[in-house]
Design a protein around this ligand. Sequence first.
Ligand code: PHE
Length: 339
Amino acid sequence: MKEKIDALLHEMEHFEVSNTESLENFRLKYLSKKGLIPALFADFKSVAPEERKTIGILLNELKTKAQDFLKEKQESFENQIGAATSTLDTTLPSGHFRGGRHPISIVRKEINSIFERLGFVISEGPEIEDDFHNFSALNFPPEHPARDMQDTFFIHKNPDIALRTHTSSVQVRVMEQGKLPVRVIAPGRVFRNEAISARAHCIFHQIEGLYIDKDVSFADLKQTLYYFAQEFFGKETRIRFRPSYFPFTETSAEMDVSCNICGGKGCNICKYSGWVEILGCGMVDPNVLDSCGIDSTIYTGFAFGMGIERITMMKYQINDLRLFFENDLRFLQQFEAMQ
Ligand code: PHE
């Protein structure tokens, strides 16, 4: 009996276990009901009484050894499987993929907060608009060139439905609600059928402003925009207004700010003029108030609209508009630290 036990122990020690399959073979061969170790226990009956004590100890040792071996191997295979399927790779370098805001979002947020400090609230409108909100209510005559197919993306060739060409459409939606006074800003995307270049894109962002109350004057418009320019570009910034034309404002103007790159001395950003145009504005045309259900004999208002891309380009000295839409990480990562 002792020889049998020794032989089995020797055999077990040389049993190759390299995977879960061979481990199962080991269990079947030695430890299962019909295995070799239970068979030895069955033979125990035939052991002479004086040998029973030593043989019993040896038999038990053999069984424990086989069981410990099985358990140890099972655990090590389980750990290997766990490591292979775990989604956490602790060897990956950290801090590599830190996200950040897009420069357009940074600037939009900053402009919003300046006007919010003046009591303006944020309003939004749809990107797909009808002719009334994008054009008619804003006093665009039917033959106005801005309605031309060149500028406007129409939906399914339907001349009544288009992608909005400016955020001024939100002015109409706010006025229609009839809650006066009105003091809103409306940031959003706008669309124009233009060839893409360093200075133009078919999608860009605007922020619209609208203020309607009794006795609102052009002086209020100037002071509001002067405050904005100083808050955004710095206290040294000067502004100037040039007469302009928009169908929905009368008087209309364009506003320039002194170039914050050269301080007004002249550089390639301001094309050596010392001034950069940043927005269109004016007093809301009485026709527009009337077509939106507001009594123009009692109320007056001002409106302005600025392109966020242009202001961002000026603020961060970016010379190609396309960079905003390409999502090149080398560009975006430069704004990572900003809120
Ligand atoms: N909607 C005009 C544009 O896109 C800008 C503007 C807004 C002008 C409000 C005057 C008043 O060019």
